[in-house]
Design a protein around this ligand. Structure first.
Ligand SMILES: O=C(O)CCC(=O)C(=O)O
Length: 289
């Protein structure tokens, strides 16, 4: 069997003044970038405790298929489970980096924890945008951010990926490509792996006896795309009304290019009690003759 090359992502500091540009350039070239020290150790610990709490309270089971993993628990719609998760979605440095890739007006697509336990096997390498019908390769329409809440190591299930595979035509790698080119995106707790959603990647095997790998995924899509999780239906309006304005906009209470997302020609934020004009693009369009 071919040996995987010893290639590791080049981490970028979250404090880098050129962060957004560097992330966008790296993602364009390699399909991914690792940003270090986005959250501190205390925040990671608090988030791990939150995941344990939600898993307990809702009786979150292990996955029931090979893709979701028989030793992995996933909590979907994290933003509805507690304020700490909501804070991550609007982390300014990550948002600026995502905007540098997707352009303005992008939306939140979904929030999911991936808690990989001992005994888990490798997940199928896949592209998160594999279901869309654009020919590959194509510019990013979706960005996945994977947050390490505990250290991600090759032994405990660090995300596996094939660098630059967002530029390939196929949706999944061949067995040979997977054996030859896959690397483990090892990263310290508090780091965020930012990926072009066409990049082939998947959760790693957890071969440890007792180490839990805690991570979560926050995905964003271009403002003209469909969100993967139905966030508008996922939380009652009266609760969303208490969220920070930026989060409301990311969920979909916003308009793209002053037209996509309107409700009877009104701005969707009016449904949350916000006094706001729709500023419709149609008001600015007129014939020149
Ligand atoms: O847990 C991971 O590292 C990645 C999981 C993943 O890619 C997925 O579930 O789609």
């Amino acid at each position: 069997m071919a040996v995987a090359p010893e290639v590791h992502p080049t981490p970028i500091s979250a404090a880098d003044p050129e962060l957004a540009g560097r992330v966008a350039t790296t993602v364009e070239a390699q399909g991914y970038a690792v940003v270090e020290d986005v959250i501190d150790a205390a925040t990671c610990t608090a988030l791990v405790e939150e995941i344990d709490r939600v898993e307990r309270e809702y009786g979150i089971p292990f996955g029931q298929n090979d893709f979701e993993g028989f030793h992995t628990r996933r909590i979907f719609n994290l933003i509805a489970r507690g304020p700490r998760f909501r804070e991550l979605v609007i982390e300014p440095r990550v948002l600026t980096s995502v905007e540098a890739i997707l352009g303005d007006g992008f939306l939140l697509s979904g929030t999911t924890s991936m808690h990989i336990g001992p005994g888990e096997t490798v997940q199928l390498l896949h592209a998160d945008d594999g279901m869309i019908s654009l020919p590959r390769p194509h510019p990013a329409t979706m960005v996945t951010t994977l947050w390490a809440l505990s250290d991600f190591t090759a032994e405990n299930g660090a995300t596996r990926l094939i660098p630059a595979s967002h530029n390939r035509e196929a949706i999944v790698p061949t067995v040979e490509e997977e054996e030859r080119e896959t690397i483990s995106a090892e990263m310290k707790a508090g780091s965020v792996l930012i990926m072009h959603a066409s990049l082939w990647h998947g959760g790693g095997a957890n071969t440890t006896e007792d180490v839990q790998r805690y991570g979560l995924s926050i995905q964003y899509v271009a403002g003209w795309c469909r969100q993967q999780q139905n966030l508008m239906l996922g939380t009652p309006r009266e609760i969303v009304a208490s969220y920070p304005r930026k989060l409301q906009e990311l969920i979909g209470y916003s308009m793209y290019r002053n037209v996509m997302g309107h409700v009877n020609r009104e701005h969707p934020l009016t449904l949350l009690g916000t006094d706001i004009e729709p500023d419709m693009v149609w008001d600015k369009m007129e014939r020149k003759d």
